[in-house]
Every structure is written in structure tokens, then in C-alpha cells.
Ligand binder design. Sequence first.
Ligand code: PGA
Length: 268
Amino acid sequence: MFERKGYELKPNPKTGRYRLISGNWKMNLNHLEAIQLVQKLYFALRDVDYAYTEISVHPPATDLRPIQLLIESDKMRFSLGAQNCYYETNGAYTGEVSAGMLAKLNVKYVIVGHSERRRIFGESDEMVAKKIQAVFSEAMTPILCVGETHDEREKGLTDEVLSRQVRIALQDLTGELASKTVIAYEPIWAIGTGNVATAEDASSGAQLIRQEITEMFGSSVASGVRVQYGGSVTPVTAPELLDAEGVDGFLVGGASLDAETFARIIRA
Ligand code: PGA
């Protein structure tokens, strides 16, 4: 989608990986408000802002169709993303949306295993693994969210938690698919709290994630995986975090709901 208008996204020359900055709107904005936000974001950005960064927007499910039509008709350089999907293809699962339904809307990225889904809706690591399979089976890309709680961090369990979440989520994938997975390191204590992690925290999270993937699939797969940081990213904290070693972009919640603020993060 973002290749139109003769534009070509370039990888980060330092890592060879493509940066991805994603706006997770959570349960905010009806489809009319969503259209306004995407239009404002489009007008806030210049061509150069897309040169090294792919931008995805993740509206609520009811907004996906109108946003898809807007992006495609105006040839906007945004990738469409969803916040969740169910792993079965169809059937008696009241209220759920399948990966196939998302793919039909030209959704490119699907957030899987966000901590809010794990905590509020009881998603287990095993369910997350099935969702990742479902997303790949429809030729979309999962953004797998992992991260430790404040308590786990205090108890020194961060390594263990990240390893477990990554291992179970990716265990049934081939190396090729694993390398295509985007992983968002989102320390739960930093989500929506204003307690942003330091660049060192973000780096060490990214490193732990790649270590686990190296053990599972080898270092070439691990070096292909893109790792985002998420948790209270703002225009002020974005430059340092984006510079942190091993960090390839952001998953932004609250700050992605304001076009100008999100545009400033992208420009970091
Ligand atoms: P936040 O949310 O930026 O509002 O902290 C991030 C997320 O939950 O993905």
C-alpha cells in the first residue's frame, strides 16, 4: 500500500530491518472519528517521514472497513492493522472476528496477545500461539506483544516471563515465519501509566527476546525479527527509545489518538 506514488520504504541502514511504528487505538473512536484522525495524520506527515518508517494504524474492528476504503482511495501510505482476531476460521464463536475476515479487508498486521487481552480477557500463551498461526495462514503479519508486570520485574522474573511468552507463541512456526513476526516488548508497568521504560530497559527487553529466538531458530532468524517497544511512548521519549539498540519501532497507544502527537513520534 505504502509503495504507491513511486515511494519505496528503505530499511534502517544500521540493522537492515524495516522500522515499523504502529498506533494501537484500543477501544477508542467510532468510524467517523477514525476517518478524521487518519486524515489529520495524513496531512501532518511529509513524504520524508515515510522514508525509513512503515506506519500502521490499528482501529477498532468496526472502523476497519471505512479506514481501508479511505487509505486505498486516497493512496495513503499507511498499513492497516487490527487489534485482535480469533484463531478458528468460522463457526459458533459469538462476537469474534476471524483472521480470514481481516485479510479480506487488506489488513496487513494483527496485534496478538496484547497484555490487556491476556489480563482482561484471559488469553493464555497457548491461545496466543494459535492466533499467530491463524494470522500467518491468511498471509498477514502478527505483532506479538510480550512483557512483564511490575511484580514480575521486582522479583527478577523478567527474563523468565519474556522467554516463556516468546517460546510458546512461536513454538509451532517454521524459522521463515518466525523471522517475519513482529514482537512488541511492552512492559506492563509502562502501559498507559506514563512510566516509560528507559532506553536501556527497551534494549535489554529486545535483547532477551532475540536471545530466545536465537535458541529456538538460530541467529539469522533472530536478527530478522523486528522488535517494537511499547508503553507510554511520547514525542519526548521517542528519539532516545528509537535509538536504543535492537529497537525497530513502537507500538503506541494513547499518544496515537492525537494526529499531531503521533506524527511527532513518527518523525523521531
Ligand atoms: P500506551 O499503550 O502507549 O498508551 O502506554 C501502549 C500499548 O498498550 O500498546
